[in-house]
Design a protein around this ligand. Sequence first.
Ligand SMILES: Nc1ncnc2c1ncn2[C@@H]1O[C@H](COP(=O)(O)OP(=O)(O)OP(=O)(O)O)[C@@H](O)[C@H]1O
Length: 613
Amino acid sequence: MWHFNAPSVRPYHETHKDSLRISFEGIKLATQDFKIQIGKGSFGDVFKGEISSANGHIPIAVKRHDQRRGQGEKEFLTELQVLYEYKHENIIGLIGYCNENDEKILVYEYAAKGSLDRHLKDSRLTWMERLKIAIDVAIGLDFLHGADPPAIHRDIKSSNILLNEDWETKITDFGLSMITSVNDEFDYDVDYACGTPGYVDPLFLNTGFLTRKSDIYSLGVVLLEMMCGRIQDTRKNLVDFVKFHCEEGKVDELVFEGVEDKIVFNDLKDKIMPRSLITFLKLAYECLSDEKDKRPTASKVVLHLKKALEFQVNDLNEMFTKGILLRKGKMCQLSSEGERNEMVSATMFSYEKYIQHRQRSSQKSRFQRVVKMEDTSNLRIKINIKTQFLSPNVIYGAHLVFKFCDQRKSSGELMYVNLKYQMGSETRYAYFATRRDDEWMMIELCRFIPHKKDVAFEVLIESLSRYYCGRGAIYVEGIHFLAINEATLKVKQPEVYQKLKEVQSVVNSNSNSTQQVPDDYHEMTKLHDGEKVTYSKKFLLLKSYLGNICHMLPAKTILYESTDVKRFNWISLAESRFVEVAEVLSHQVFRIKCKIETQELLPNTNYSCHLDF
Ligand SMILES: Nc1ncnc2c1ncn2[C@@H]1O[C@H](COP(=O)(O)OP(=O)(O)OP(=O)(O)O)[C@@H](O)[C@H]1O
């Protein structure tokens, strides 16, 4: 830091602020004798403390000026005056001060997340959050510059931008600020220089003329820090670095260049939308212009940053709802609840050689290519993929997406297709396919809850029913992982929702690698410790894959016993889940009559009805 004697243009009288005075003893008490140091500035150290108020204990930050480090009384008084007179939500709040003998102390509201410089490298600080912080800094500056009289901060840098518990932004460190005497556009010719190397306006350094646009230059440097994810360094000057990359057309390389976990930033949520980045970068460039008239005012900066945020939100949403093609064969969408759906192209599956297939590009698909399968009674499509973008701990349905090559008259939403497939050692059947508006059909293969974004998914698709689907070929588009709307389920079917949550907690506590509910889960959910189910009780069974809630009814409630048919023998079998089973003799006619209580089934799920014998 360069610091020279910084005069305040307006004369200052401390007496106005007597109500804010705190005794040195009081500050010692609040900080437990300056026990917890939270920062080190060039003029003194910053400590954490706590004071009591009518609303309980309030955390505070205390800057104790060390006169040996060069800051004079004037700087202390300047900061006190600015913070006292310029109150704004983006400027750090002044709680009190102490000016006793050699002790010059400022007491601020506490910003729990510390200064921005500490977060620049952190990949958890998303692009959207960075934009919001930048907007708040610009709003704070706009307030200072537009106040009457205007104030110039003169030391804008990321270590002077604080973040509170709720990530709200507060500009701090006003020791070098200047309150101007008139609200005009003229330069203030000051005969000393100050600021921090790397952030300070070169025009000011060269000419000694100070304007509000000097703060704008420093803000431009902070914008670059946010974009690159690293702090300004005079040895590796960010401004030169960014200019070089832009001229070389390598903008992508400098975005989050310094961020430690760059992979996380590749995550969709944090993906920077091109229009947002261009608006941001153009603005930063303007802020850093060599000509002060080309630099925007703080209010213009606010407008442009808001535009960059708007582009980010809108473009991201649009890409999510339409689906965004991420890399070859993978697509991600945002569900209406904000969960990530993922689709993997059929070109990523493997097919046994003897099956003729071609990749087509004409089938109005979200992917460039789809796969044509000629023989639907012998598909043998091996799907062995890893998801990449699923939202953890959300219930997903995995759907095979396909359509018939020959144009079929749509005969309603559902079509009976009887798909046979293998999952693990289990052979399964999915009976119905749902026709979507775009003609593609979806069959749900299973439900699961991912614990992380990447889940291994393995299935062998065997055949479709030739009887119902005919001999025509099909196009396979891929596998679509769709989040199941938990909110609707919760409202419409609270018991089912409750059951799912129970399973979810079993799965969560069960293992860190398996994503599926164990096969014998239904055994675990048998009503009350192995108790047999009597005919009067309904049987809710959760089968092997999460969400496949089956409603099983005992024979006692479904077999129709009337006078014209022979009555059944009711016997007890150890292997049955029910107390009694019916013994039906050969040639004996039996009728089934039952009521399926739909409130116990899942919505938008195809159910099939089986006779267990
Ligand atoms: N109100 C506060 N709440 C929480 N932390 C604070 C607060 N004020 C300052 N700090 C921490 O203390 C550090 C030092 O603050 P200070 O304003 O004295 O110095 P600086 O801006 O880092 O350095 P310089 O004085 O050289 O500009 C800050 O970067 C911040 O991490």
